[in-house]
Ligand binder design. Structure first.
Ligand code: VGL
Ligand code: ZN
Length: 209
């Protein structure tokens, strides 16, 4: 019955003024802060790249951000340098009550492969340990919000279903790089059994914990 709130990458680089700013990304912060008090367990994800990460356009001569390449057999969008370990951009914004997260799972550490999902890298080679952690806590339901909807939120949500959790997107707590792409991905998520909800509806659904 245990429910978990999963906060995806609410880091400075994904917020206005950041290196990979998601439009209106800051609007998820008050939703996240409100939701944290409604859940018995809060887990946060943190995009955490070394400077040499091969998802960065700057590490490929002649390539620009948003070009795509084949990286070790996987299609890879090249990004501006973002969420570099130990830099300000990788930090949670102080407006986020991130101290309420019980644990932080970091991803994107291996320079050879990107990791949009909080559960696995994009090649499904390595687990982050998130499934084991949640199953060890008898979590069955995962509620997800954060940034960016069309990348890390979507991949985390799809993997949550694959890993056997009941998964719900808190829609007003999500902003996307490309909102139209996100809408298509939400439809796919729902086809796989995922649920969508607004934060205002969460109270009645989780208070039984
Ligand atoms: C993300 C692109 C690259 C995300 C992370 O958090 O959605 N997107 N790295
Ligand atoms: Zn990244």
């Amino acid at each position: 019955m245990m429910k978990t709130l999963l906060l995806v990458d609410i880091q400075k680089d994904f917020l206005p003024g950041g290196a990979l700013a998601v439009p209106q990304g800051d609007e998820v912060i008050p939703v996240a802060n409100r939701m944290m008090d409604q859940f018995p367990l809060v887990v946060a994800l943190q995009d955490w790249h070394p400077p040499s990460h091969k998802s960065f356009a700057s590490n490929h001569t002649g390539k620009n951000p948003f070009d795509t390449i084949n990286l070790n057999g996987i299609d890879q969008i090249l990004w501006p340098d973002h969420c570099v370990q130990k830099t300000q951009g990788a930090e949670y914004t102080p407006q986020l009550d991130s101290h309420k997260a019980e644990v932080i799972f970091r991803k994107g550490i291996d320079p050879e492969i990107d990791s949009y999902s909080g559960f696995y890298d994009n090649g499904y080679q390595k687990s982050t340990g998130l499934t084991s952690y949640l199953k060890g806590k008898k979590v069955q339901e995962v509620y997800i919000l954060g940034l960016a909807g069309d990348f890390c939120v979507y991949f985390t949500a799809m993997d949550a279903i694959k890993e056997g959790f009941q998964a719900t997107l808190i829609m007003d707590g999500i902003r996307s790089i490309n909102p139209e792409d996100f809408n298509r991905k939400v439809a796919e998520f729902q086809e796989k059994g995922g649920q969508i909800i607004q934060s205002s509806e969460v109270d009645e659904n989780t208070s039984s914990n």
